[in-house]
Design a protein around this ligand. Structure first.
Ligand code: 13P
Length: 252
């Protein structure tokens, strides 16, 4: 059965204390209101991982880092390896976010190294893809996104590919308050699922969780999640408020 996943991406927000309080508030709301059959993940800064893991019920909520190093270990000042993330008790790592690609020059080659290390260390990558506005305006968004997948996760073995969660995040919708329409989200998610079916077969495609990200909030989650190929969300701004985040979780 395909899993529904709602993951928060806190980005570079919250001090350690604020982050732990936010995680505890989400944990408390889930214990009170439930999360139906939704897998909930909190994507925190590296500095918060251990404390957040310790502050919540990790059977109910998973924890993700927002990145990991492209090298296993060694003289790479400032980097945090996949093994280090795993050692905090975290289970997920967000990879390929457009902000990492755009501001930190992450190429498909770098992402392939990160994917391999994440998988070797037993982390579940939440792999992001998505097109910029000029590509959307040119109408070539599907080719653009499928190419991102072909250069990276479509190179994995079927066994490894099946471990991933994929997030479609149109860059023009991230942090802008502009959300993809449900038709735009469904069109892309269906195209991604069809491409997966071509590459790995219909059964694998049917099992993959495809999340939508980009100004998804408590008001629009319901409509977005109603699409047959949208299996949840990767939530930025709205994941920083426990009340909003729980509403998104319960939008199913
Ligand atoms: P917003 O929800 O703030 O638009 O961010 C989306 C995102 O980038 C999640 O990874």
């Amino acid at each position: 059965m395909r899993k529904k996943v709602v993951a928060g991406n806190w980005k570079c927000n919250t001090t350690l204390h604020e982050g732990v309080e936010l995680a505890k508030a989400v944990d408390k709301l889930i214990s009170e209101k439930g999360a139906a059959d939704v897998v909930v993940v909190l994507g925190t800064p590296f500095t918060h991982l251990t404390s957040v893991v310790g502050a919540i019920d990790t059977k109910r909520i998973g924890v993700a880092s927002q990145n990991c190093a492209a090298e296993a270990k060694g003289a790479f000042t400032g980097e945090v390896s996949a093994a280090m993330v795993k050692s905090t008790g975290s289970q997920y790592v967000i990879l390929g976010h457009s902000e990492r690609r755009e501001y930190y020059g992450e190429t498909s080659e770098i992402l392939n190294k990160k994917l391999a290390l994440a998988l070797e260390n037993g982390l579940t990558p939440i792999y992001c893809c998505g097109e910029p506005l000029n590509i959307r305006n040119a109408g070539t968004q599907v080719e653009y996104v499928i190419n991102q997948l072909e250069e990276t996760i479509f190179q994995l073995s079927e066994e490894d590919f099946k471990k991933l969660v994929i997030a479609y995040e149109p860059i023009w919708a991230i942090g802008t308050g502009v959300t993809a329409t449900t038709e735009q989200a469904q069109e892309m998610h269906k195209s991604i699922r069809d491409a997966i079916a071509d590459k790995f077969g219909a059964e694998v495609a049917d099992e993959m969780s495809l999340l939508y990200g980009g100004s998804c909030n408590a008001k629009n989650a319901n409509e977005l999640f109603a699409n047959p190929d949208v299996d949840g969300g990767l939530i930025g701004g709205a994941s920083l408020k426990a009340d909003d985040f729980i509403q998104i979780i319960n939008a199913y």
